[in-house]
Design a protein around this ligand. Sequence first.
Ligand SMILES: C[S@@+](CC[C@H](N)C(=O)[O-])C[C@H]1O[C@@H](n2cnc3c(N)ncnc32)[C@H](O)[C@@H]1O
Length: 304
Amino acid sequence: MRFPGISSPPRYRRRRRTRWTSSKVRVVTADAEHGWEADAPYDRIMVTVGAWDIPPAWRGQLAKGGRIVVPLRMKGITRSLALERTNDHLVSLSQGVCGFVKMQGVGAHDEYLWPLKGERVGLRFDDGNLADRHKLDGVLTGEHAAAWSGVTVARSEPFPDLPLWMATALPGFCNLTVDVPEGEDPGIVSAEGGRWFPFAAVVGDSFAYLSVRPAGEGIVEFGAHGYGPHGGEVAQAIVEQVQVWDRDYRGGPGPQFEVWPIDRPAEVLPKSVVITKQHTHVTISWPEVGETVQDQVAPRIQQQ
Ligand SMILES: C[S@@+](CC[C@H](N)C(=O)[O-])C[C@H]1O[C@@H](n2cnc3c(N)ncnc32)[C@H](O)[C@@H]1O
């Protein structure tokens, strides 16, 4: 049986209603956090709202070898993942760029905003410590530095793996958010005077963010702008990771995502980037240069 798309309007969240719309489709209105035990196990679960975590009920109600398709948010980046259930965890079969409204109800997860210029220009973190949010106060009025990578991209060329690579390679990864009216100075250098502000990294009392500058007809070069006493070094760290992405991962198969129960000890997780959530550890593994994602993960699945 296919688990239906998750789509209950908030006003129905506290009530559970069941009705038959045909002999093959059952519509249930309930909070998605708990799935729907009555008809489990399911071969397929399709989640059509942005999730921050995979609640135990979803994995528990999935048949072995069954699949969940879910837009999952990791460090502020959402990927639609097709995850297959193995013995004890979920392994991604494919991933796609997507955007979804955020989960409400029990599984809702707030982001943290560190203000840089009021609340209108700031850094958004998926996890972290709200107590640190004033650590960068006043930083925009201090030193500014830029670094450039020599890595270029055509304006029409997508680069979906670059933010993911940065999220896994850079400590203090976050998203820069700028919400000032058209024509108002945001107080930071924007890409080509435009309004493109993607991701950033914070190290200690400084931060830097990815930017671009023109590099020929229809081409731009990646670089970074940094603020704070060590902004130049953080900008340089971003640029170095742009160069690693360009050399080793650009145009490649992308990483493998695996979702493990939270009680799995950290030391037995694969040697990957580990994002620990409320119910799960999500591991993100990049293939060794020249290796495909399948080469990398297949041996681990066979061992189980
Ligand atoms: C992008 S819409 C998808 C609607 C529909 N499934 C579709 O494919 O057209 C996301 C829906 O998820 C619902 N939603 C948000 N949090 C939920 C939760 N915890 N449980 C169930 N539904 C939820 C929202 O109310 C919204 O209707």
